[in-house]
Design a protein around this ligand. Structure first.
Ligand code: OGA
Ligand code: MN
Length: 271
């Protein structure tokens, strides 16, 4: 029997008693979609999806993002011989939301663990919905109307604090994107749009802007709004990319850790 339990009081849901064949059942999939929507992170331990099964499951959740034409699934690994973007994955060790520099963020991301690190290599999540809801009323008022510029450069500077002119040119060739600090969705739910890509707050003094962004990140990633997933081979984790900050925990770059990743196209632009 399929059962669900909270991963933490604030968010996250673990699903037990589910077999791969159950994913063909639309009623089961609807239940998973609802759970993901309201709980932000969905964990199915040891499900053991292979590429075909991961793609089939992902397609049930929506349109799968193509990283390149025909490339719907790709590898997350620090080994450049296994993952094309291994270099930029170093940025995943800092709290971030994917796609903040796009107009429309991906709705959800699915990772399946094919190999895990001997030590470390967990993935941590923090709910920007829970963090926002628990802010004092006076602060919520203060943040209304503030806007944040997100950039690839801000995220990369955490990895390379002293970039070469060539590195800077690459970072700056990518578009920056402005979002509201507090995102109110069509359905009324609110969350914070912060993390590694948050470069500055529009119209605020740089030092004040940095201090506020750092303070909000520290608030959001405190234990009561966070969850750490320690991977076992076969685990599936899906998260609501629009509301979950996430980061990889350190591991030996020469370790075997390898994830397969699919991403679901979003349907609501940042405001
Ligand atoms: C990602 C990501 C974290 C991890 O795939 O977007 O941030 O633990 N991954 O590999
Ligand atoms: Mn990410």
């Amino acid at each position: 029997m399929i059962d669900t339990t909270a991963l933490t009081p604030a968010f996250g849901v673990g699903v037990t008693g589910l077999a791969i064949d159950d994913l063909h059942d639309d009623a089961v999939v609807s239940r998973l979609v609802e759970a993901l929507k309201w709980r932000g992170v969905l964990l199915i331990r040891g499900l053991g999806l292979d590429d075909d099964a991961q793609l089939a499951f992902s397609r049930k959740l929506g349109t799968v993002v193509q990283a390149a034409p025909g490339e719907e699934i790709f590898t997350v690994s620090l080994d450049p011989s296994k993952a094309r973007s291994a270099e930029y994955l170093k940025g995943t060790f800092h709290w971030h939301i994917d796609d903040t520099t796009n107009d429309v963020p991906a709705k959800a991301t699915m990772l399946t663990a094919r190999h895990v690190a001997m030590v470390g290599g967990g993935t941590e999540f923090a709910s920007t919905y829970a963090a926002y809801e628990n802010l004092p009323e006076s602060e919520r008022k203060r943040y209304e109307g503030l806007r944040v510029v997100h950039s690839f450069e801000a995220a990369q500077r955490l990895v390379h604090p002293d970039p070469t002119p060539e590195q800077l040119a690459v970072y700056r060739s990518l578009p920056t994107h402005e979002t509201s600090l507090v995102w109110q969705r069509r359905d009324g739910r609110k969350s914070l749009v912060i993390g590694a890509t948050a470069d500055h707050i529009v119209g605020m003094r740089p030092d004040e802007s940095r201090a506020l962004l750092d303070e909000l990140l520290a608030w959001t990633t405190q234990d009561r709004f966070s969850y750490t997933h320690e991977w076992t081979v076969g685990d599936v984790v899906i998260w609501d990319n629009t509301g979950m900050l996430h980061r990889a925990l350190p591991y030996d770059p020469s370790s075997e850790r390898l994830m397969r990743r699919t991403t679901i196209v979003g349907d609501e632009a940042w405001s």
